[in-house]
Design a protein around this ligand. Structure first.
Ligand code: ZN
Ligand code: ZN
Length: 373
């Protein structure tokens, strides 16, 4: 008997919701060029393809490299074969359907892309206005469906596994770059897709840089080693940071670690659907402020995660958006002492039935890794 096939995403439902937001904006036809938006709407993960969505049509325009596969696998709508170029193809489409307005994704389509589209429309004498839009598909992507959460859960499990691997293999004298490479290899060997971002391994004073690049610096006992990594499954990302210490935890990072951990756990315990991103950011900021560390927490608390490693919702002091069930984001307070080091602890979480459920679970209670002989 054939194995039951995996459940597939409700692409038709996603397109229907997009059509709803298009008509809400009085927009008849949208060209979707953002790769993750294309993947979200029709499941196409190739490097070249635009989706054209109108009230009565759904089309994936792609070239000969992808066309056959796209035509066979389109979950709804149809595939169109692009000959000369995407701009020419869309201009032909606008001419055929006598469109007077075409919306595009202003945050994604380049200036050159808009100019090419304008030129192709002009060449065909099509009087079609190009209208910039922002965040139409991205706002649908904010709330994940169970299939998306399942992929993210698996990406989170891989990140947890890599962090356990870090504890097994890290030693004094090992370089940041070596550990970063060993973790990336472990992730790929265990089923992760491409890394969602370059792994960060930052030790000693480098740990004071929230986005440090792994270097040839070697680990020493007692100093912080910030490890920030993630995996991808079905295109969906996870994001996890732990700060580990080889053999012992030296001052002042012993008390700083305790403060960051308490702020992170306290925030996770209190986040609820209906709060704004700013409310959540304030929970961690107040906790660290009470410990006299507010000024050293120099970035926002978190960010949405999904097909992209940074997406909606934002969770920082300027985030007025309301958090809702199905949203996936990070909680990652950090404290940085320039020239000395830093501590960041990050988990990826999902809001479910009003409360937070953690997707990443790597140990954070005991950050000290015993030195091996
Ligand atoms: Zn991270
Ligand atoms: Zn993050």
């Amino acid at each position: 008997m054939a194995a039951p096939s995996a459940p597939t995403a409700d692409y038709a439902g996603r397109v229907a919701r997009l059509r709803g937001s298009l008509s809400g904006q009085g927009c008849r036809c949208l060209v979707v060029s953002n790769r993750e938006n294309v993947r979200y709407l029709v499941g196409f993960a190739g490097s070249a393809g635009w989706v054209v969505v109108s009230t009565d049509d759904l089309l994936l325009a792609t070239d000969a490299r992808y066309f056959e596969q796209a035509a066979a696998q389109m979950p709804c709508g149809r595939a169109g074969l692009v000959g000369r170029g995407l701009a020419e193809y869309v201009a032909d489409y606008a001419a055929e359907r006598q469109l007077t307005e075409l919306a595009f994704e202003a945050e994604n389509l380049t200036f050159a892309g808009v100019k090419a589209l304008e030129a192709a429309l002009c060449e065909r004498s099509v009087a079609c206005q190009l209208t910039p839009t922002s965040g139409l598909v991205e706002s649908l992507r904010e709330v994940k469906d169970p299939i998306e959460v399942d992929s993210m859960r698996r990406a989170a499990d891989l990140a947890d596994g890599a962090m356990r691997h870090a504890r097994r293999v890290m030693r004094t004298g090992m370089t940041e770059a070596e550990l970063a490479w060993r973790l990336e290899r472990w992730l790929r060997d265990h089923g992760s897709g491409p890394m969602p971002f370059d792994i960060i391994v930052a030790s000693g004073p480098n740990a004071a840089l929230p986005h440090a690049t792994p270097s040839g610096r070697t680990f020493a006992a007692g100093e912080p080693v910030v490890i920030d990594l993630g995996a991808t499954v079905d295109g969906y990302c996870s994001d996890l940071t732990r700060t580990l210490f080889l053999s012992r935890l030296d001052a002042p990072f012993d008390s700083i670690y305790a403060a960051v951990l308490a702020a992170q756990r306290g925030t996770i315990a209190r986040v609820a659907s209906g709060m704004t991103g700013r409310d959540v950011d304030a929970l961690a900021r107040e906790a660290l402020g009470a410990d006299g560390l507010g000024a050293a927490f120099t970035h926002g608390l978190g960010h949405g995660v999904g097909l992209e490693i940074h997406e909606r919702p934002t969770v920082n002091g300027r985030s007025n958006g309301v958090l809702a069930d199905g949203m996936v984001f990070t909680v990652e307070p950090g404290v940085y002492l320039p020239g000395r080091g830093g501590v960041r602890i990050e988990d990826t979480v999902v809001l479910s039935s009003g409360r937070v459920e953690q997707l990443t679970h790597a140990d954070k209670g005991d950050p000290v890794v015993a030195v091996k002989g």
